[in-house]
Design a protein around this ligand. Structure first.
Ligand code: PLP
Length: 418
């Protein structure tokens, strides 16, 4: 869905902030990811306002849109960064993040990655297994350092979202179950080079129904009290990300004040707690558009029409991966009749579609289309499959735009190949 006043139509022209998208495309070409800086800032502002009475550190979840220019927008507003790899640590530092505001999650941290994060002096590791804890302790010992950690605990709550993006259940690979967690906290207490400072969870992504947070936070608050009674100090409660956005008109943004209440209320008696939030999708999804040009219209004898475009699952995998819905709208509205079509890309897979059986305004070869809500899990999940160049990325702010990732060339495609 388009998000006024950052993305809207003016005299049938799709605008981002004060610029006509058609004009930007004349200079950058397609496919292109466009992001509205005003929208990024406004999303963050809403979250900050909802949590204004609490002690909170916002750590932007870099995985959702990893361009350092996007991360830098949030860093400049005081945010930290949630990372999940050595590559993301590198990006976070290049984006200007304060290492003391970087939290590191992920189930498979290698020794090299752990060493790099200790060298960078990050805020804390969100530890996902006992073996990882032992590895961090021994690397820290070899570097003569004491390293801060939290354990990622699974509260066993169903986030009621798509199974591929539910993470806090017993069958998920992430985190540690509550029972085992207590034992691992106890052994962490005995480790010389480990400083326990928190507890972490992330129950899933794209939550529009926020009641699971209420359930999860009650479990976690009780857990923190149990840890306290065992003399295990908890300073940070990192609740991960997960707040959803309305991809369709029949949905709406969760009530952020209620979200803040569900998170903080169970901790009323634990005033020493600082909450860490790792928002991703909520901050960037609606700010982003993927602009594409129609290459061909193809009808078959069974009455099916394909609108074939110059982007697809290699640039936005969400529809193929999770049957995700993204609205597709014309960059120049012509008030023509709508047709039911499949919008498909160039990739040699039948799963390469952006929309199926979708009513969209009649399009012809050369028309520009905008895929909406594409700012999260878009470019950062893109690939070079079939050797297509990645889209150019553009950051729009008021009446100016800046290319933040240049268009690739065929030479870029072979980079590193010997
Ligand atoms: N934190 C962790 C540990 C995650 O795994 C994710 C996404 O999967 C996020 C934060 C960001 O989630 P979202 O984009 O739903 O806010």
């Amino acid at each position: 869905m388009i998000l006024e006043p950052y993305i809207y139509y003016k005299e049938n022209q799709l605008m981002m902030e004060e610029l006509k998208i058609e004009d930007i495309m004349k200079e950058t070409g397609t496919p292109a990811y466009l992001y509205s800086k005003g929208s990024l800032l406004n999303q963050l502002k809403q979250l900050k306002e909802a949590f204004q009475n609490s002690n909170v550190l916002f750590c932007y979840s870099l995985k959702v849109c990893h361009n350092i220019n996007i991360a830098n927008v949030f860093v400049n507003e005081g945010c930290g960064i949630d990372i999940v790899s050595g590559g993301e640590l590198y990006r976070a530092l290049k984006a200007g993040a304060d290492p003391k505001k970087i939290v590191y999650s992920g189930v498979a941290k290698t020794s090299k990655e752990i060493k790099e994060a200790i060298e960078a002096d990050i805020l804390m590791f969100n530890v996902e297994s006992e073996q990882e804890l032992m590895r961090i302790n021994s690397i820290a010992a070899s570097m003569n350092k004491k390293v801060s950690i939290s354990l990622r605990i699974n509260p066993g709550v169903d986030a009621k979202t798509h199974p591929y993006i539910t993470t806090g259940m017993k069958e998920n690979k992430f985190g540690i179950d509550c029972e085992m967690g207590l034992e691992i906290y106890k052994s962490a207490m005995q480790m010389e080079n480990i400083n326990i400072c928190g507890i972490d969870l992330h129950i899933g992504s794209q939550l529009l129904d926020i009641t699971p947070y209420g359930e999860a936070m009650k479990v976690v608050a009780d857990y923190v009290r149990t840890l306290k009674s065992m003399n295990i100090p908890i300073k940070y409660v990192d609740i991960g990300g997960g707040i959803g956005i309305p991809y369709t008109a029949d949905k709406s943004t969760p009530d952020l004040l209620e979200y803040a209440r569900l998170i903080t209320e169970p901790f009323k008696d634990l005033s020493e707690i600082t909450f860490i939030l790792e928002p991703g999708r909520f901050l960037t999804a609606q700010a982003g558009l993927l602009i594409t040009e129609v290459q061909y219209i193809k009808d078959n004898s069974y009455g099916k029409r394909f609108v074939i475009v110059d982007t697809g699952m290699h640039h936005l995998i969400r529809p193929s991966l999770y049957q995700a819905y993204h609205e597709i709208i014309p960059v120049i509205k012509k008030e023509k009749q709508k047709n039911k079509v499949d919008v498909v890309g160039p990739i040699c897979e039948s799963s390469d579609f952006l929309a199926k059986d979708r009513l969209i305004e009649e399009a012809k070869q050369g028309d520009l289309l905008a895929v909406t809500d594409a700012g999260a899990y878009g470019m950062s999940m893109a690939s070079h499959y079939n050797s297509h160049e990645l889209p150019v990325e553009v950051l729009v702010s008021k009446d100016a735009y800046k290319i933040i990732k240049k268009r690739e060339t065929y030479v870029d495609l072979l980079q590193g190949e010997l």
